[in-house]
Design a protein around this ligand. Sequence first.
Ligand code: EPU
Length: 293
Amino acid sequence: MTWCSGLEEICRADVPLSAHTWYRLGGPARWWVTPRDVAELQRVTARLRDANVPWRILGRGANVLVRDAGFDGAVIHLSAGSFSEVRYDGIRGYAGAGADFPKLVKDACNRGLAGLETLAGIPGMLGGIIRMNAGGKYGDISRVVRAVRVVDSGGALVEKTHDQVQFAYRRTRLDGCVVVGAVLELREHAAAELVDRYRQVWNEKYATQPPVSERSAGCVFKNPPGQSAGRLLDQAGLKGVRAGGARISEKHANFIVADPQATAAHVLELIEIAKDRVFREFGVELQLEVEVW
Ligand code: EPU
């Protein structure tokens, strides 16, 4: 009997993760699990813990690099309809972890609700956006999050307050938890202005970053305090440098783009080359922003 007996309807074996990441790289997940609701998610995580099977949650895979060997454990994907519910009561909203983030941002603008418009152009599911406190030049998601609903490491469904989540730069204290949704608090504002602002932020981003048609996982490294990883990588002469099918974008040096012949190993090799060069040139040790599985 394996950990998933009785859960066959929601559990598949050996599913290629390349089909589920923006990089379109990497090997399979030993198991791919799609629980239909929170109760089923709780059952799945309890079984995985009891059986000591490593597991991860994958959203849209926009910030993940999966190794070529794949992930020898269970990957949980909250794509079921019950996880993508979005509802508003005035300026307060509740959105499930499976909600498509770009769509959530656009909808809020059209409804005349401010707070998300500066997060235009960030791909992902809300769960992943919260988990890593995604953001950009104008702030991060933490600013509008009042509470986060999670299945905690003991398997209980609990609501964590903003303070308990301990949002920091691209980081939260949600280890061992599965985000199932979040309570957002927005502000009333003229919809037309929000849509304009949204477009402006989107345009700025795509003027300085590689287009979505190029395979990447966004910024590879975190910005060191008070510095820009992109600028350091650029000044170190890394734009255009390649390892196999992976190359450092000519447009923004903190993006590693995968060409058709790329493997995850090529991207990892280039990450090491880039880190090494920045350390030798500037004595700065860059930290990964992308998650490597
Ligand atoms: N720069 C260069 N060369 C480059 C890239 C950047 O000189 O190749 C310079 C720019 O000219 C600018 C400075 O570095 O003066 C900062 O660059 P930018 O404005 O592009 O922002 P960033 O700090 O590199 C951050 C986020 C991005 C987010 C943008 C825009 C991080 C690591 N990156 O980039 O987030 O899209 O702001 O809001 O925090 C991501 O998280 O995956 C991501 C791409």
